[in-house]
Every structure is written in C-alpha cells, then in structure tokens.
Design a binder for this molecule. Structure first.
Ligand code: SF4
Length: 699
C-alpha cells in the first residue's frame, strides 16, 4: 500500500520530440512508475506516442553518469592537474579516475583557462544538443561568448532545421511555425513534404489523419511511400533531390494559371514581378518536365493538381528533414514560403507554414542564441563564429583546441563520422555533459553527468513556439547543465556575469536579453498557463498566429528569393538513361527515424519496452531486388561503409531507392555521408547519398 505522500502525479512535458506533449508523471518513492497524457492536454489531446508513454526507464538506468569521469590518458598528459588535484582523484575503472563535482569543475576551469591564455578564446568551441532547457542553452552560449571569449557556439539544429531558419527568415523574417497545431482542424488542404510525420511527430499526425479522413484534403510528397501517404488524396512519390524542382513547379502552375492572390501579393510582398518572370522562364519549372522522367511520369499531372488545390483553399504546408537535409535545403524552404506568399496562405487561422522541428527544445536552443551567427533573440552577434562542419575542419587543422559538448553526439549523429572522430582526437580537451556514455562521451577527456529533463525545472519551446515551464518528476543530486557552466565560469573568475542561483534567475536574464519574444514570459505566468501554454512572442499576451498584419522582415513585407533547380543525381541519371540494371551499384540512400527511438537512442534504448523490438537499424529495399540483395548487406559510399544491416523488402520504396534508420551507433550509417551540405547553412545532405550494396548473407 503506497502512502499518499509517496505517490504523486506531476504535470510536465515530454522529453523527446519537438511536438512537446504535455505529460503527467506518476511517481512513487521518487521513481517514475507511469507517464500518461493529460486528458485535456492542448498538445497531446490525451494521447502520447510510445516514446512519451514508455520511454522513462532511462532516468533510473544503472549506467547513468553519476560521478564525473576523467580519462587517465588525459591526466598523464596534464601533470599540472595531478600535481594540484591528485589527492582528490580516485580510481573509477581501467580508463577513468573520478572525483567530486567541485573538483571536476576546478580541473575543467584550470584546463580551459590554460587553453584560453595559451591559444586565445577563438581556440574554444561549444556544440550543444537541444534536449536541455532554455536556461541551460542560454548559459551555454553565454559561457562560450563571454567567459571563453569565443564566437563558436552551435547546436544540433545544424544537422536538422538550420535551413528552415535560414529560408524562413530570408523570406518572412521569422524562422518558426506560423500557427498552432490545432489550426490543422481549421485548414482545408494540407501539403506534407519531406516528413514521415506518423513516426517522427505522431501526435501532430493524429490531427492530420483526422482531418484527412474528414475532408480528403492531404497531399504527401516524399521519396518513399510513408505511412501517412496511405491516407493521402495525392500520394506523390518523387525522385531523390527533387524538392526544389517540385516546389518551383507548384509556383509555376499558380502563376501561369493566375491562381495567385493579387491583393495579398500587392499589399504584403515585394519583388513579385521579378519572381514571376524568373519562374515562368525557368527551364525546369513546367511540370511537363516529368513526362520524360521514366517511372515518374504521373507527376506531370499530379503536381499541378496539388498546386491548384493548395492555391484555392485555406492551406497549410508541413515539412521535415526530407526538405532541409539536402544541398538546396534552405532554398527549398524559401520555395515553400513563396507558395504561401503567392496565395495568401499565411497570417490567418488555418493557413500557414509549419517546419516540424526535431528535438524537444531545438526551437528554444536557437531562440537562446546557440548559433554562431545569432545572439539571443536572433540579434546580430559581435563576431560570427564557425558552424559545426567548419569547426571539425578547424580541429583537424589544429586551430580549435577545446570542445565543450553539451548533450550532442557528434560521433554518432553528425555526418562523416570517420572524419569527425579524427578531429576529436586532435583536441587538447574534450569535455562532455551528458546522461550516458554516448559515442562522443567515450572519446571525452572529462565527462560530467547532468540531470535529465524529468529531474529539473526549465522552459522548453516546442515546434509551434509554445513555451512549457517543466517541473521535475523526481529529485536528483546531479546538477543541471546551466549549474555546471555557472560553477566553471565562477571558477574562471567570471562570477559576476554568472550570479545565477536558480533556473528562474537564468530565465529572468533571458527575458531581458531576448525581450522581443519573451518579455512577458515570467515563470509565474508560464506556470499559471501550464495547461494551455503560451506561444511567443509573449508580451502582455501571447501570439498563436504569426504574421497577421505584416511579416517580421525589416520592412514588414514578404520576399521572394528565386533559385533554379540544379539538374543532378537520380533525375539526371534517368534522363541520361544510366539505369544500373542488375547492378549492385548506384542506389540512393535516404535516412530517417522509427517511432520507437529517438536520434542516438541514448534514452529510448534504456527503456525496456522500446528497445526490445527495435534493437537494430533496418534497411528498407525495393521488393523487386529481393533475390538480388539477400538478407544482410553492407552499404558503401565514397566516404565509408556501414556495418552489416538486416534488409526488409517493401513496395513502398521505388527502384534504386533505399531507406535506413540511424539510431544505433553500431550500424555506423553516418559514416556513409560526407561533407556535402546545404550550400548556405551547412546542414548535412543526410537525405541522399549514392551507395553500392554488398550482400553478406546471414552472418
Ligand atoms: Fe513525446 Fe513527441 Fe511522442 Fe509527443 S509525439 S509523446 S512529444 S515523443
């Protein structure tokens, strides 16, 4: 029989994806025993996906990092540390020593001071994940810029939605979703492009499914037939790297057939005439182009039909990493916003743009200024720093000497991991704050264990700009990320700058430094509105729909940034009749997520109900290749090769197309990807790499 006082039900927010579902944790004796959705939850609508519902065992996992670890090999190279702190260090295991947190902080401060004084602040960089709260993200960039004097701060948005920020800011002045999720119930037509919404953002998908069943108003555009496509009126399977092509074609149809909203264009945008000419004269923008693309001829009719319906109805467009993780990801996002500008499908309820952000706080991490080219509130920084791929090169060149890695797993989640692993080896000091010994932590000189989201207070911003002030479900002796940074800053003599005693202290500074979005977002108001949530900008009130009267550009007008599609890859090969028949070469691989796991699976694979059924990455291959490839294959690209993968055959991928998840480090999927990236913002080209297939049988 559980004592009343020992059993509590506490409201908080899910720690996984950017949907940001409201949860209630049932806690007995300081242990989470159940998580469920609040029946009246504005985000969850009373339902959670399996990650949210079952993915909490990790909090109690035996291999949580409970005490700091310092690599013995690092200490051997740094006798000055042994000399000063040797007495406080004790054996942890074969490779590591351990000590109390205060000593670890002193050692970190000593080493970082030494690096700063010897090589200058520029030799330090910080790359963070977006799973921690805004307070920690804010402290992270502040520590980098102010305490270390380095402009090099970046976050995991670099490998996901940085192009959404770039593309939306260039055209409408704000890199964030324009509407709340519930506007899906008010929309008349939905275009989902480059998003496997049912698996990556399932609670948003619930709304889409309901609306699609009611109105038959869904177009799904993807290189494979996702689960959502089964419900679509337009199941638009496209060749690899055709996003910009298809979006420009939609604009062509809208302009050519004069389906655009002239009043909106005249009053709310500028540069239309020039854009109109560019699109009408674009050699690839006429959908008839697809009549010559064998296997994809149906697109010549389907794309105009989607464009027509989008233009004449109150419509929304949703996209995921299938748009952003390409060479032209930022331009594809701009092409998406053009469609909204042409038709006036923006700035009102039921019409708008929704980048489906990945991690639970990636919107917040960007808002906090964890980007090399923005301070908090997207203000211009004094000095622009390097983006993560540039930092990797600078490490290899010996220019970057120290990396603080907060909750990001560069050795698993980033591209070209053979190269980045070599770069990490060149560092004089790699410090990691994390929950577990993930791949990057294994390479670190110092690892400090920190609280998980279910153990701390803080603000998270979800994919619809909604702030949620989370509360801890269980107590923990570990520090929050911002506390570790505050301790190190104080130790380095920057205590006046870091006089935070609580997460609320940090947040109050955020509100001062980011007043355009958060001036009215005091903790007490966020707590009072925990159920309904508040969407930024938050001043006297919050802002469910953005761009009602003007855009957030300098002059308030929407802009067109035309970019012609660049003929290459699969489409070029089809035109040139390079078909690779009966060959095991020349496949195009795209990667993505499965419902049960999240990114590097650090938390989900420590949750027993999630890991048992999905303990390896699975490769999907075209059904017609079943006899040719066998049960197990290795993939090989010009950059590296995967480990052996189990193959599943399906009619949901087209010929020469493969799909694989990347959750398990042992698969080494990201070794297949190189440095090719978005040409404006360096997001890796994870959605298309050419690979050869090597059958290995049932090893
Ligand atoms: Fe958590 Fe995302 Fe699932 Fe909601 S949809 S329960 S936020 S993982």
């Amino acid at each position: 029989m559980i004592d009343e006082q020992e059993r509590q039900e506490i409201e908080s927010v899910c720690t996984y994806c950017g949907v940001g579902c409201d949860i209630t944790g049932v806690v007995e004796d300081n242990e989470i025993v159940k998580i469920y959705a609040q029946k009246d939850g504005v985000v969850s609508e009373g339902k959670l996906c399996i990650k949210g519902k079952y993915g909490y065992d990790f909090v109690e996992a035996k291999d949580r990092i409970r005490e700091p670890r310092i690599k013995k090999s690092f200490l051997e190279k740094n006798p000055q540390i042994i000399e000063k702190y040797g007495d406080a260090l004790v054996e942890f295991d074969h490779d590591y020593m351990t000590c109390d947190l205060q000593t670890a902080v002193k050692i970190a401060a000593m080493k970082l001071t030494e690096i700063k004084e010897t090589y200058g602040g520029w030799s330090f960089c910080a790359v963070g994940g977006a799973r921690t709260n805004c307070e920690s993200a804010y402290a992270f960039q502040k520590f980098t810029r102010e305490t270390m004097g380095s402009p090099h701060v970046d976050n995991c948005g670099r490998v996901c939605h940085a192009p959404s920020l770039k593309g939306m800011r260039a055209t409408i002045g704000e890199g964030a979703a324009t509407n709340p999720y519930n506007d899906i119930y008010d929309t008349e037509f939905m275009v989902v492009i480059g998003s496997n919404t049912m698996e990556a953002h399932p609670i948003i998908a619930n709304r889409m499914v309901a609306q699609a069943k009611k109105l038959n108003n869904l177009a799904v555009i993807d290189v494979r037939e996702t689960k959502m496509a089964k419900l679509a009126k337009y199941n638009c399977v496209i060749p690899h790297e055709a996003n910009l092509l298809i979006l420009n074609m939609m604009a062509y149809v809208i302009i050519d057939e004069e389906l655009y909203n002239k009043d909106f264009i005249d009053n709310r945008t500028k540069g239309f005439e020039e854009y109109r000419e560019q699109i009408l004269n674009d050699p690839y923008a006429n959908p008839k182009f697809f009549e010559q693309i064998e296997g994809y001829e149906y697109l010549a009719k389907m794309i105009p039909n989607i464009a027509r319906e989008y233009a004449v109805k109150k419509s929304m467009i949703f996209w995921g990493l299938g748009i952003t993780e390409h060479l032209d990801g930022s331009y594809a996002v701009m092409a998406i916003t053009h469609l909204a500008l042409l038709t006036g499908n923006i700035g009102k309820t039921g019409a708008g743009l929704m980048p489906l952000r990945g991690q639970n706080n990636v919107q917040g991490a960007c808002d906090m200024g964890c980007l090399p080219y923005y301070d908090p509130d997207y203000a211009e920084p004094k000095e622009v720093g390097l983006m993560t791929p540039q930092l990797i090169d600078a490490m290899l060149e010996g220019k970057i000497k120290a990396l603080l890695n907060m909750g990001e797993d560069i050795s698993h989640i980033h591209p070209n991991i053979n190269k980045s692993d070599k770069a990490l080896e060149k560092l004089e000091f790699l410090m990691v704050q994390d929950l577990f010994m993930v791949e990057t932590a294994k390479k670190a000189d110092m690892v400090i264990g920190v609280r998980s989201a279910y153990e701390k207070t803080g603000v998270y911003v979800n994919a619809m700009r909604r702030l949620h002030l989370s509360q801890p479900l269980v107590k923990s002796d570990l520090p929050d990320d911002w506390e570790v940074l505050t301790m190190i800053a104080k130790e380095m003599g920057d205590g006046e700058n870091f006089c935070f005693e609580s997460s609320e202290d940090v947040w109050n500074e955020v509100r001062q430094k980011a007043p355009k979005r958060f001036s009215g977002a005091e903790y007490y108001r966020l707590a009072r509105h925990r159920k309904r949530g508040m969407q930024w900008p938050i001043h006297d009130d919050d802002t469910p729909v953005l761009h009602l009267l003007d855009f957030r550009t300098d002059d308030g007008l929407g802009k067109y940034v035309y970019k012609q599609y660049d003929l290459r890859g699969m489409i070029k090969e089809i035109i040139e009749k390079k078909f690779y028949e009966n060959s095991l070469e020349g496949y195009y691989l795209t990667t993505g997520r499965t419902l049960a796991h999240y990114n590097n699976a650090a938390q989900t694979k420590r949750s027993s109900k999630l890991d048992t059924k999905y303990d390896e990455d699975i490769l999907l291959a075209p059904i017609e290749d079943e006899g040719k490839l066998g049960d197990r294959v290795i993939l090989k690209s010009q950059y590296g090769e995967s480990e052996a993968l189990t193959v599943r055959y399906t009619d949901r991928v087209k010929p020469r197309t493969l799909f694989c998840t990347f959750h398990h480090a042992k698969s080494r999927i990201n070794a297949l990807f190189g440095d090719e990236c978005d040409e404006l913002i360096m997001t890796a080209r994870f959605k298309s790499v050419k690979v050869d297939v090597i059958p290995v049988g049932d090893e």
